[in-house]
Write a protein that binds this ligand. Sequence first.
Ligand SMILES: C[S@@+](CC[C@H](N)C(=O)[O-])C[C@H]1O[C@@H](n2cnc3c(N)ncnc32)[C@H](O)[C@@H]1O
Length: 400
Amino acid sequence: ETKPSEIPDWLKNYDFNPPGQCNSDPAGPLNPQHTDLTCPLLVDDEIALERRSWLPWTYPPVCAEPEKAGGSKLCVFTYVNLRGEAGISLITTPEIAAAGAGILKDLDPTWENWARDSPLVVSDPPPYEVRELKDKGMGVIANRTIRKDEVVMLRYPVIIRVMDPRPWKTQDVMKLLHRATVQLPPKEGKQMLKLAHSKGGYILDDIVNTNAFGVLLGGADHSGLYLDVSRINHACKPNRFSSTTLGMEVAAYRDIEPGEELTFSYLPLNLLSEQRQTLIKEWGFNCTCSLCTSPEATAVSDRHRGRIQELLAELDLPEMRNHADVNKRVDEILDLCEKESLAAQVGDFYTIIAEIYSSMGDVNLAKKYAKLAVKELKHYAGYDHERTKGAAAFLEALSG
Ligand SMILES: C[S@@+](CC[C@H](N)C(=O)[O-])C[C@H]1O[C@@H](n2cnc3c(N)ncnc32)[C@H](O)[C@@H]1O
């Protein structure tokens, strides 16, 4: 029976935190108000009791001991007012929670717009409905025309759980998952319980395993459960995930007609059908998307995707490092990406092409493709994705 923390007056202005730069600074480097940053407090169940504070969390953390001595505790940290409206429960170590607590802060809009190149606009009211479908349970259906690049959803996770729970007893992890769920605001808790489950075992664990995405928190792998995004079935379209805020943006790769289903790929994009079949089995369902069920479409697509892999391998050969051979292959790859709707991968291909021209000593062409890589990656992977940052650093090195 825990109640949201009531902060006594003496504690409200008390600064427990050492000054300095925190691991996570979602407010952004251009925000002058944050030059004297204080880092989030590291708390676990004992520290919270001792200090009579569990800021910034809403409830005192509840923890489980590791199976082996010397390991870290695993705790539940809940915050019920994320971006003024939602709840989030983390099941992670106190160290990671402290390092990642910056995600609870709102972004500085000036910095965010600068980092994105343009302000983020999310369609409102939502241009979709969640409905029961014939062959895949629930799904997300467009209720009006959605234009290419429109951001149709922006969601934050309700549960974040360490990806590898082996250092702790399974029973303890399940208890923490239970607590993480009941501490969510009732609206989100109820919505979470209605999500699809497919693999059996403890129901909350099954819901997370059926629906979660891999996310990084405090530099460590976690599973993130997003409401609404969880209703999107598998096929071949995009999602965009921010490592700065944990926000998941779903944007349209192409125009979508009213009545069409919104889908995205649960798997890496540039795979051949056999590789896809093997991986989708791990998800525990039989894919009914058009590319999985039409042998003709599969054969054409496999030919295209196989050819992309061949061309990339050829570009790796030292004897190909001349303008005529490289240009020809670059054009063919970009044409095949268009045919296969692999727009989200083009940024990565531009990075490879920039590196090839750089290795040939053609700095101008290397810069041209590095610039294109940054533009595409910002758009499809997100301004704060590691791949985008890598491409931007490469462009800077070329310019420097
Ligand atoms: C993340 S959920 C997607 C939403 C789900 N349909 C629902 O009812 O909430 C994943 C589950 O949806 C179903 N599913 C997703 N994509 C599918 C596809 N292409 N073909 C068949 N079933 C699919 C599978 O049952 C899978 O376990």
